[in-house]
Ligand binder design. Structure first.
Ligand code: SF4
Length: 244
């Protein structure tokens, strides 16, 4: 079954080994596979090459759109699994875009990688495919707040948020650009009964200076509200580049 992947360079799928940069597994060595396509359109998305293709008029702060042919590649589930296995890591992070849009194909691919611990990065709006769900050890769920620019009815789906709040495999990772965003997180945590020990707050930014400036006020808010701070380790180590 084919999967639509993002590319590092035209024709080359974004499958690589690195350190997990964010959330509860931060610092762990992992294989990554990045799938193309997303059902949301965050104005600050740092992987807009997975969805902001030519002709897409939704706003993105860069103003850039991407040629679909150069930024997507179709691989079979077998070839995708072979390339991941060749990286010889016992953890895999499936990221995007929104990987759960390709749940059926993803389930077939992951079934070819027994023994690999699988984390899925998701925006939390899509129900996991029933064949995929048993193969996943951890969901890193990143619901998008008002500052993402998405309409709330698309980005914050009550039924889905209730599901993730009740799912012990789900770690919530919120992207924070200003102190008011923390208030929005606290309101969501209250409304959907999200346990605070499963909430990570992460500064928005694609350069070290921006991240550090935001972490300076975010860290005390984490302490005050008993929430965990997530770094963006990959930005610190490698900068804002593909395949890292
Ligand atoms: S949900 Fe994630 S991949 Fe999709 S637009 Fe937002 S930040 Fe980008």
């Amino acid at each position: 079954m084919p999967l639509v992947l993002a590319t590092t360079t035209p024709g080359e799928p974004e499958i690589f080994a690195s350190l997990q940069g964010e959330g509860p597994s931060q610092g762990k060595p992992v294989a990554f596979v990045r799938l193309s396509r997303c059902n949301l359109a965050c104005v600050w998305c740092d992987t807009a090459y997975t969805w902001h293709f030519e002709g897409d008029n939704r706003p993105h702060r860069s103003g850039a759109t991407y040629e679909r042919k150069a930024n997507q590649v179709v691989l079979s589930d077998e070839e995708t699994a072979e390339r991941i296995a060749a990286l010889d890591q016992n953890r895999l992070v499936v990221t995007g875009g929104e990987p759960l849009l390709q749940g059926a194909a993803l389930a077939k691919m992951l079934a070819l990688l027994p023994g690999v611990r699988v984390e899925i990065e998701t925006n939390g709006t899509v129900e996991p495919h029933p064949a995929l769900d048993p193969l996943v050890a951890q969901y890193n769920v990143s619901p998008k707040l008002a500052h993402s620019g998405n309409p709330a009815d698309l980005a914050l789906v009550p039924e889905r948020l209730r599901h993730w709040a009740a799912e012990p495999r789900a770690a919530f990772k919120f992207v924070i650009a200003g102190p008011a965003d923390v208030e929005e997180v606290l309101a969501l945590a209250e409304r959907f009964a999200i346990p605070r020990e499963r909430i990570w707050l992460m500064a928005e930014g694609t350069d070290v200076a921006t991240l550090e400036a935001r972490e300076a006020w975010l860290a005390p808010l984490c302490v005050e509200h008993k929430l965990t701070l997530s770094k963006r380790l990959h930005i610190q180590l490698f900068g804002d580049t593909r395949g890292t």
